[in-house]
Design a protein around this ligand. Structure first.
Ligand code: UD1
Length: 379
């Protein structure tokens, strides 16, 4: 009886936008090690790409560099307004699910693909697991906040990165038995790849000799309205007088810059260097050597916390308060005076707080997730 293979259980791992692939890489790695350790396990997994992102540097380079198996299916939805994009994913993914009948749909993060595929799961009656559950910015104008809340409301297994996420879920009435504090899968990928970053020659390619800062911007609240973008640019104009700023430009932001007053002003600033989006190892190598990071991304707040690099988050709120309470992140807001004040403080190294790595950000989050799922769905 004991030697009999366990029943076949098929898991769909959903990826759609760039940060999803960094998280999925940790999960496919953990599934592979589980399968090696338990060859008779009925575990099967397949990566489904919704096609929300599609440029080589936003998708394929991540599959290649992080050894993610090629997608079993690409839903090819592409870009469109939020409602239409979400609806396209729902309609295409539902057909796949009805035909393939997976035993679990595993979604990560907070993008439109996360929301759409969770809704399909709950409608069709297939359990949904949400990795990076419970994060809340309490800002309902952010599309990601809506995606997070709805996904958590319908998910069966909620995997969290920090204790405040557990508390948020419990306050929303989620059964504590379905919440699992496992750590951070993005950190798993970072720790596995850190020894490889010295292979990157990105600093040489960018001609960087001395100190530099890294900037990323793509939130609609920062880049969609010219006034908001200009306010941030005012701060950048000051900071680039003290330090070179490297700015890998997200495609959404590239569209806003092209032919606009913001673009004209930015291109006139000698010490801001614009690049295409970077490959994973190049980006981590760049951040690792930076004096300062300025960003509105969620994941970069976590990566800088792990690398101990001071980070200014150019937003009014964060769904990742642990990176501020414990890590090297500072909430700078979007007002130029405040951003300049904090940047000056960091660059002069005065009054910098001590920081530590958050609990369970230890490279084993995905293994913990696989262990929980193995018990819950039986493989
Ligand atoms: C999406 C996520 C955001 C995440 C970000 C990471 C939602 C609501 N937003 O934002 O949470 O932080 O991804 O990158 O899911 N584009 C390209 N090539 C691509 C992808 C996008 O040119 O490969 C351009 C298109 O003009 C598109 C725009 O970027 O309209 C925005 O893409 P979209 O996926 O809608 O949102 P992001 O801003 O990337």
């Amino acid at each position: 009886m004991k030697n009999r293979p366990s029943p076949r259980k098929k898991i769909f791992l959903i990826g759609g936008a760039r940060p999803n692939f960094v998280k999925i890489a940790a999960l496919t790695r953990a599934f592979t090690s589980f399968k090696k350790a338990h060859p008779k396990s009925g575990l099967r997994w397949q990566v489904i790409h919704t096609g929300q992102h599609y440029d080589f540097l936003m998708v394929k380079s991540f599959f290649r560099d992080l050894d993610i198996p090629s997608p079993y299916i690409d839903l090819n939805v592409g870009s469109s307004p939020h409602g239409e994009q979400t609806a396209k994913i729902i309609s295409r993914f539902e057909k796949v699910v009805l035909h393939e009948k997976p035993d679990l749909i595993l979604v990560v993060g907070d993008v439109n693909s996360t929301l759409a595929c969770s809704l399909v799961g709950v409608k069709v009656g297939i359990p949904v697991a949400h990795v990076e559950s419970g994060l809340r910015s309490f800002d309902r104008t952010m599309p990601e906040e809506i995606n997070r809340r709805v996904t958590d409301a319908v998910a069966d297994y909620l995997f969290t990165t920090c204790r405040d996420a557990d508390r948020n879920l419990i306050k929303e009435g989620i059964d504590p038995k379905s919440i699992f504090f496992v750590g951070n899968v993005m950190v798993d990928t970072l720790l596995v790849n850190l020894p490889k970053v010295h292979c990157s020659n990105i600093r040489k390619r960018l001609g960087l000799g001395g100190d530099y800062a890294v900037l990323t911007l793509h939130r609609p609240s920062n880049v969609d309205q010219e006034n908001d973008f200009m306010e941030i640019l005012k701060a950048l104009e000051h900071i680039q007088r003290c330090i070179t700023i490297i700015f890998p430009v997200h495609p959404r932001t590239a569209r806003r810059i092209k032919g606009s007053a913001v673009g004209e002003k930015m291109l006139g600033l000698q010490n801001i260097k614009l690049t295409s989006p970077l490959r994973y190892l190049d980006f981590i190598a760049l951040v690792n050597g930076a004096k300062l990071v300025l960003t509105d991304s969620g994941g970069i707040q976590e990566e800088t916390t792990m690398l101990g690099v001071p980070c200014l988050t150019l937003r009014d709120n964060t769904e990742r308060p642990v990176t501020i309470n414990q890590g090297s992140n500072f909430l700078a807001g979007r007002e130029s005076g405040n951003i300049i004040r904090l940047a000056d403080k960091i660059l002069s190294r005065k009054g910098i707080k001590k920081f530590k790595k958050p609990t369970r950000w230890d490279g084993r989050a995905a293994d913990r997730i696989v262990q929980v799922l193995s018990k819950k769905i039986g493989f």
